[in-house]
Design a protein around this ligand. Structure first.
Ligand code: TXA
Ligand code: MG
Length: 322
């Protein structure tokens, strides 16, 4: 069992984290969306250590995080539209699924053998500094055990991964609170693989291409298992009042036991979502209920995460054997 240290994300902390990453040891690090579990994307062993710490099924590929366009282009082939999207939304909460370059410096375990790669340039100064200090792209899934709630604070990471990782860089709660939007670029269209902070309207306005948002329950991004982000308790959605032994997350006029946003602000609700799911999960109540969230703008991404939290559970996957 590994001893897990939580240290401030200052210059010394970032240097320690970069050294750990270069040794092949994954480190939890804040980004503007959620905390990530970052490892050297160029090393198969380092990536295997990420999968092992999360207990993530090996078919689920990871996002490759880069610090600048030069690094991005060593990894992925950018079409004119991809370049346009990157110029507009990077650094920031958008992940582009693009063709892998020939000889990309990315372990095949990162892409799970796919001919495409998911790339993102994060805006958080700590993650940016860490990529620069490591001098290489970093693979980073969300820093939580596979299938459980994403972490927006260092103590969420510790609750989920203590004993399984050696270092957590703490820089307080993350700003956005929801994972990045994932979009695949195809010849004449964009395909939304995971709704997120960059909305379909924002994408369409910049790319000048239609955006497909297939919502037929098929798993688009390989990691989009229906029951992702699951708390330990049953979750009931669109609740206007708490039922027996339920802890109610309110929104707008529905106050609940605690509110995602009393003023009905979707950005505030997104930033608080995972934190409040953690609180509800730790409460004395047997079940969790959530007030209705409008299916518009950031509400689409919030409802996506809530539907996964409420979906029937698959049996817990065993840790990846590598
Ligand atoms: O905000 C975020 O994106 C956070 C922070 C840490 O950057 N990261 C994150 O990573 O949410 P993760 O591993 O939890 O989600 C990655 C998603 C998975 O659903 C995976 O299936 C999808 O990206 N993905 C990765 N590579 C892909 C590819 N080549 N094609 C389609 N989907 C891909
Ligand atoms: Mg995740």
């Amino acid at each position: 069992m590994t001893i897990t240290r939580i240290i401030p994300a200052d210059a010394d902390g970032i240097a320690q984290a970069a050294a750990a990453i270069l040794r092949g040891d994954p480190v939890a690090v804040p980004t503007e969306t959620v905390y990530g579990l970052a490892g050297d994307a160029t090393s198969g062993a380092a990536v295997a250590a990420i999968y092992a710490a999360k207990g993530r099924p090996s078919f689920n590929p990871l996002i490759v995080h880069v610090s600048d366009m030069a690094m991005a282009e060593t990894v992925a082939v950018f079409s004119a539209e991809a370049r346009e999207l990157a110029a507009h939304f990077w650094p920031g909460p958008l992940t582009l699924v693009l063709p892998l370059t020939r000889g990309a410096p990315v372990a095949s375990l990162v892409t799970a053998g796919l001919p495409t790669v998911a790339v993102r340039m994060p805006s958080h100064p700590v993650m940016q500094a860490l990529i620069a200090a490591a001098g290489r792209p970093l693979a980073a899934p969300s820093a939580n055990a596979s299938g459980s709630i994403s972490a927006t604070r260092a103590d969420h990471v510790a609750a989920s991964l203590a004993g399984r990782i050696s270092l957590i860089l703490d820089s307080g709660p993350t700003k956005i609170g929801l994972e990045s939007t994932i979009v695949a670029l195809e010849d004449d269209r964009l395909r939304l693989l995971r709704p997120g902070p960059v909305t379909v309207e924002m994408l369409a306005a910049v790319a000048g291409l239609p955006v497909d948002t297939a919502k037929d329950g098929t798993i688009e991004a390989p990691g989009q298992l229906a029951s992702h982000y699951a708390p330990g308790k049953p979750v009931r959605l669109n609740a206007v009042a708490a039922g027996d032994d339920e802890y109610l997350l309110g929104f707008g006029d529905i106050a609940g036991d605690i509110s995602l946003s009393a003023s009905g602000n979707l950005e505030e609700a997104a930033a608080r979502l995972f934190d409040l799911l953690h609180i509800a999960d730790a409460s004395a109540a047997a079940a969790i209920a959530v007030a209705p969230i409008p299916e518009q703008a950031l509400g689409i991404a919030i409802n996506d995460r809530l539907q996964r939290a409420a979906a029937p559970r698959y049996p817990r996957q065993k840790a990846h054997p590598l």
